[in-house]
Design a protein around this ligand. Structure first.
Ligand code: DOR
Ligand code: ZN
Length: 346
């Protein structure tokens, strides 16, 4: 029994590559299968200016093995001090493809994010004018809002008001984790898309917490209850052009994941395409995998679909993925779906 599927080479519309030794370790894991990726700017310090993004792009290209090709699509980290002219210049030169909004304190390295949205109004207006999309980490950070409700509350209290106040702003709700996110995207026909991660199609909050806490399943936004996972599965496999792959593959050293205060992030770059083939096959939707992973994202960003292809093959024997990859002095654990996967990129 061998089954195979050839699709346009996929892109990753939300990726953390980090810097230094970690960048060197994780970049090949993505570049092996993906042609392009939207590169998250949450370094320490964050990538705020066009000059910083250009320098980071050069470090990524310098870390790329000579026999691989990969195009990093750079983003800027939105702060209350962001200069709209700098953003517009970075966009006009083709350097950046989006600006990233982290509410202050929402997640890893988000301390420089936005607390007062009035202070980013001029930048958002300029982005709407020039057609530069805003990638949004959609969680409120208020201490009195339960962590499992933070996405739903963000949509009502922050995202909807921003979109109403900034007509024409193209927004990507990143790594949606709830049926509320799915419904919001569907209710707004234009200017709004969403990325969905591989791991949120596979785990719910029980996988994270039942039978012992699983630090490698902890990410932000945190996995929600099963009905939300099923809503994400339905959206991803539907072919609806507003939903596309953004893995949010987010490497952390194992010592910092398996820790009393463990970091948020699932590292899925290595096995994402094989896992997606499994998920889409399970839902009888293998014919929609190419839309989700290779077509809908570039269409939203106004870019061409990649002209080369990858082939996914299903074999009788389960695929063996490395459980960890080496990174500097430590290791990074590869996301384990918890079931055998028979697909691989060949
Ligand atoms: O789980 C996450 N990890 N969510 C984020 O938003 C950030 C990311 C990271 O940078 O580690
Ligand atoms: Zn992320």
């Amino acid at each position: 029994m061998t089954q195979s599927l050839t699709i346009a080479r996929p892109d990753d519309w939300h990726l953390h590559l980090r810097d230094g030794a970690m960048l060197v370790a994780v970049l090949p894991e993505t570049a092996r299968h993906f042609a392009r990726a939207i590169i998250m700017p949450n370094l320490v310090p964050p990538v705020v200016t066009g000059a910083q993004a250009a320098a980071y792009r050069d470090r990524i290209l310098a870390a790329l093995p000579a026999d691989m090709s990969f195009t990093p699509l750079m983003t800027l980290y939105l702060t209350e001090d962001t200069d709209p002219d700098d953003v517009a210049a970075a966009h006009a030169s083709g350097l950046i493809k989006a600006v990233k909004l982290y509410p202050a304190g929402a997640t890893t390295n988000s301390a420089s994010g936005v607390a007062n949205f009035e202070n980013v109004r001029a930048t958002l207006d300029r982005m709407a004018e020039i057609g530069l999309p805003l990638c949004v980490h959609g969680e409120v950070t208020d201490a009195d809002i339960d962590i499992f409700d933070r996405e739903a509350v963000f949509i009502d209290r922050v995202l909807d008001p921003i979109r109403k106040a900034t007509p024409g702003l193209r927004v990507i709700m990143e790594h949606i984790t709830t049926s509320n996110g799915v419904d919001y995207v569907k209710s707004n026909a234009t200017d709004l898309g969403a990325t969905i991660t591989t791991h949120h199609l596979i785990i719910n909050r029980n996988h994270l917490l039942v039978g012992g806490i699983k630090p490698h399943y902890y990410c932000l936004p945190v996995a929600k209850r099963e009905e939300h996972r099923l809503a994400l599965r339905a959206a991803a496999t539907s072919g609806d052009a507003r939903f596309f792959l953004g893995t949010d593959s987010a490497p952390h050293m194992d010592a910092l994941k398996e820790h009393a205060c463990g970091c948020a992030g699932c590292f899925t770059a290595t096995n994402t395409m094989a896992l997606l083939a499994h998920v889409f096959e399970e839902d009888g939707a293998l014919d929609q995998l190419e839309a989700f992973a290779s077509q809908n994202g570039p269409a939203f960003y106004g870019l061409p679909t990649n002209s080369d292809t990858i082939t996914l093959t299903k074999s009788e024997a389960p695929t063996i993925f490395p459980s960890k990859i080496d990174a500097g002095d430590d290791t990074v654990t590869v996301f384990d779906p918890g079931f055998p996967v028979h697909w691989d990129v060949t």
